[in-house]
Design a protein. Structure first.
Length: 331
């Protein structure tokens, strides 16, 4: 069967979406071991959107039932096993050797234009609501229905040239495995995948620290609304110096307001293994004569020790030691 035109994924008509949802609602559960029904376009797009929250690489066929929100909701609604959605995510990011070029093109279009992705996501949800599918059955897992905006967090830490360098070996391997896929398409998709991984990392760090700066306690929720640019979630050991595993490790991240994020990244402050905050030499003496510096880096607003919620996972000492020996301006 020929794939649906790409317009069905990136610019679907309301009438087409309504028909897709009607077919989903009429769908029956397919017995285990039986071939699943074909994904409809809205289902593919929701799988891609879910990848902003879920790393499919963490799960195998026997652990798919543990995949986090919203995989289980999608599984119940679309009457297919969670493993099907995780496999679709692998198709969409090109990491599945038997995945189709068509779905990689869909991913590249939507991931390269967040406005387009948000628009399609909202159209899909509006159509679902017209068919009587409520938020319990299909939750607004990107938090966009009430006027939010799609925002990939943590991107300020990434540099295009560093991404390209990190992808050299992977790009060559993919080119050999998928010789029918243009190299430019693969490169664009791999770059988008890195950015999504950074987004998931940053989201995890922000959640771990309950959206507050670990150095001064500033909240990213102001006047009842989340203000994404008021906080950053970046690596303790920088992305460019980290391995692939370290780049996704929430223990390698701090939530910080922009001022204290820069102060830490440039080595003006550091954190020891007991989570005490230390100044680089000369900072404290400068603060006695520089009121703006004192207002930014004095104690307060800086705390003597990292401000962590009781339930937070502590940063790994390995990353703190790396920062103190490689970044901190000790003399």
């Amino acid at each position: 069967m020929a794939p649906s035109p790409i317009s069905e994924f990136i610019d679907p008509a309301d009438s087409s979406l309504d028909e897709q949802w009607k077919s989903v609602l009429a769908r029956k559960v397919v017995p285990a071991g039986t071939r699943q029904v074909k994904f409809v376009p809205c289902e593919v797009v929701l799988s891609l959107c879910a990848s902003l929250l879920v790393d499919h690489h963490k799960y195998g066929s026997t652990s798919a039932h543990r995949a986090e929100y919203p995989v289980q909701h999608l599984s119940r609604l679309f009457k297919r096993p969670p493993s099907s959605f995780l496999a679709k995510m692998a198709n969409l990011d090109g990491s599945r050797s038997h995945g189709g070029r068509h779905e990689m093109e869909v991913s590249t279009h939507l991931l390269s234009d967040s406005t387009m992705m948000q628009d399609v996501y909202l159209r899909i949800l509006r159509s679902a609501r017209r068919q009587g599918i409520d938020r319990q059955q299909l939750p607004d897992f990107l938090d966009l229905e009430d006027g939010g905006a799609l925002w990939l967090v943590g991107q300020e830490e990434l540099v295009e040239s560093e991404i390209e360098k990190s992808l050299e070996g992977i790009l060559e391997k993919r080119a050999r495995e998928q010789d029918d896929v243009p190299l430019e398409l693969t490169q664009r998709l791999l770059t988008a995948t890195v950015r999504i991984g950074q987004h998931r990392f940053a989201q995890g760090v922000l959640a771990n620290h309950q959206h507050r700066c670990v150095f001064c306690g500033l909240s990213g929720i102001i006047a009842g609304e989340r203000r994404p640019r008021m906080l950053t979630a970046s690596h303790i050991k920088p992305w460019r110096d980290s391995t692939g595993k370290e780049r996704l490790d929430n223990r390698n991240g701090f939530t910080a307001c922009p001022t204290h994020d820069v102060a830490f990244d440039t080595g003006l402050i550091t954190v020891d293994s007991d989570l005490n905050v230390h100044y680089s030499p000369g900072i404290e003496s400068d603060m006695t004569i520089e009121a703006p510096l004192r207002a930014a880096l004095g104690k307060p607003p800086l705390a003597d020790k990292l401000i962590l919620p009781d339930v937070a996972v502590r940063p790994d000492v390995v990353y703190l030691d790396w920062h103190r020996t490689q970044i901190f301006v000790a003399s």
